[in-house]
Ligand binder design. Structure first.
Ligand code: FPP
Length: 239
């Protein structure tokens, strides 16, 4: 079965560049190409949502030139690829804290979101200045501000305030680059995601790696805490 929602931690750009004696930025640049390839491949396979970790709340700790390089890369990527993705039916959404990014970047995100808002083939959510813990805290703040009574605040109610409330929980969570950890990505939403770790460095990720992950996913027995396999639509609200 094809997952409805795939989440990816795109790790390994720096090591990919280092292996080629190139600056880390070159790896991130190739990483953008890998992302564009991957979103179109996911759409071809019937995946409805792809969510990728592009910049974490913790990535500000990287050297200043790498941080500004990544910010600049977003502007270049939007200019280079937006019309192609828009034409192929990709809806783009950004999740994360926008308050700390420049006006220029915020405008580029707004342009990407507004010009693709009617697309329905696949939704690409780019997590930028995002962290799973940030998301839980901001959802709690919104819930409190809404005046909801404590006894009415259940999982569904809190979920409605989360940054990805428009998407089903990810079925498949992929991390490239050989590290075996979640790194604060989609902590709330990945409670029952199937995890797939690949040694492939992100710029090398292509159809072969995607299909290997999907084939592995198709063999998993998803129980959502029950004894027998759960029906296909049991992902939300299961025990
Ligand atoms: C992790 O590799 C990757 C990142 C922190 C950035 C990922 C960003 C992109 C692929 C570009 C996305 C851009 C847009 C416009 C959405 P790393 O640098 O930690 O690699 P390493 O572990 O080998 O050092």
């Amino acid at each position: 079965m094809v997952p409805r929602h795939v989440a990816i931690v795109m790790d390994g750009n720096g090591r990919w560049a280092k292996k080629r004696f190139m600056p880390r930025f070159f790896g991130h640049k190739q990483g953008v190409d890998a992302l564009v390839r991957t979103v179109l491949s996911c759409a071809d396979r019937g995946i409805e949502y792809l969510t990728v970790f592009a910049f974490s709340s913790e990535n500000w700790k990287r050297p200043t030139e790498e941080v500004s390089g990544l910010m600049g890369l977003v502007l270049v990527a939007v200019a280079k690829y937006l019309s192609k993705l828009a034409d192929r039916g990709v809806r783009i959404r950004i999740v994360g804290d926008r308050s700390q990014v420049s006006d220029k970047l915020r405008q580029a995100w707004e342009q990407a979101e507004s010009s693709t808002r009617h697309n329905t083939r696949i939704t690409l959510s780019v997590a930028f200045n995002y962290g799973g813990r940030w998301d839980i805290v901001q959802a709690c703040r919104q819930a409190i501000a809404s005046g909801i009574a404590p006894e009415d605040l259940d999982e569904a109610a809190l979920n409605s305030f989360m940054a990805l409330s428009y998407a089903p929980d990810p079925d498949l969570f992929i991390r490239t680059g050989g590290e075996v950890r979640i790194s604060n990505f989609m902590l709330w939403q990945s409670a029952y995601s199937e995890l797939f770790f690949s040694d492939c460095l992100w710029p090398e990720f292509g159809d072969a790696e995607l299909d290997a992950a999907l084939a592995d996913y198709a063999r998993r027995d998803r129980r959502f805490g029950a004894v027998q396999s759960a029906p296909a639509n049991a992902a939300q609200g299961a025990a």
